[in-house]
Design a protein around this ligand. Sequence first.
Ligand code: ASP
Length: 352
Amino acid sequence: MQRDEASILLIYTGGTIGMIENPETGILESFDFQHLKDHMPELKKLGYAVSTYPFNPPMDSSEIGPDCWMRLVRIIADNYQQYDGFVVLHGTDTMSYTASALSFMLENLSKPVIFTGSQLPIGMLRTDGKENLITAIEIAAAKENGMPVVPEVCIFFENDLLRGNRTRKINADNFNAFRSYNYPVLAHAGIYIKYDATQVYRPVSRKPLKPHYLLDRNIAILKLFPGMSSQVIESILTIPGLKGVVLETFGSGNAPKDDWFLKMLKEAVERDIVIVNVTQCVAGSVEMHRYETGQKLLDAGVISGYDSTTESAVTKLMFLFGHGMTSAEVKDHMNCSLIGEVTISDKLTINY
Ligand code: ASP
């Protein structure tokens, strides 16, 4: 590993890591970036050239969406040549959505983009922020034979480095807040940082970074529950301008067989709405052929989301429709892995 030459851009979007407790109300409030540097003299000791890019004002991640994803892509693209890697400090609440979106928007990425944050503010004694930040910087700077060790969009949290578009936030309290149930950990940080090179995404060809800024927000998530009324389903599927729906189903992709329900789905598909089936389970894959209840969805024109997370399926639909694709083209692209977000063996040629 080379240490001396690495230069890292640390982008601070906001979130708990840079927060401070208001002594009067006890409420956590965003603080300015100087606060973070004040509490992290270790940043200087790392031996890397770390530059900072703070958002002003910092944002709670529940306020972060497509505009901010575009802003992040712009910052990374504008600074791409000057830095070896990027660390993005981001609130944990929507970090998986942002990491998923950026994995699609930063086409041909060949440098690390490592997201991290913390459950406790950096100013608190028991903060998890310092270790998360220091290790994230180490990972963003890591090179092997002059090449970045992890040239993809990842989340580092607690001890694990995870592919960003495979993650979900699974705990609001614990330090171990993220999991990637359907894809192995890319690196584990104990005494040493142990990378699993076999799991890291390797671009097939080396092309220049192609940043994308187009996203379509006409997407909805429809989470099924037993006893759901037809009015709820109808009101979602008939939203004017709706283009894509992530349908969160039971188990391996199952849903009720009621005629009214299947008819509504079929009519939506006929109106060119792309309906993608993902499971409500935290792990495993949709297999609509396995049960009659899944097969009926397939017959209605619903497509499989395989082992995709909801976060990844939503941002992928936004990305694909954002590029003006027809429903048929979006379906083709949902049926292949663009950047390791789903486990599908057949790869299609991607054009967007
Ligand atoms: N509400 C915060 C956020 O997501 C929580 C955190 O930073 O973890 O921005």
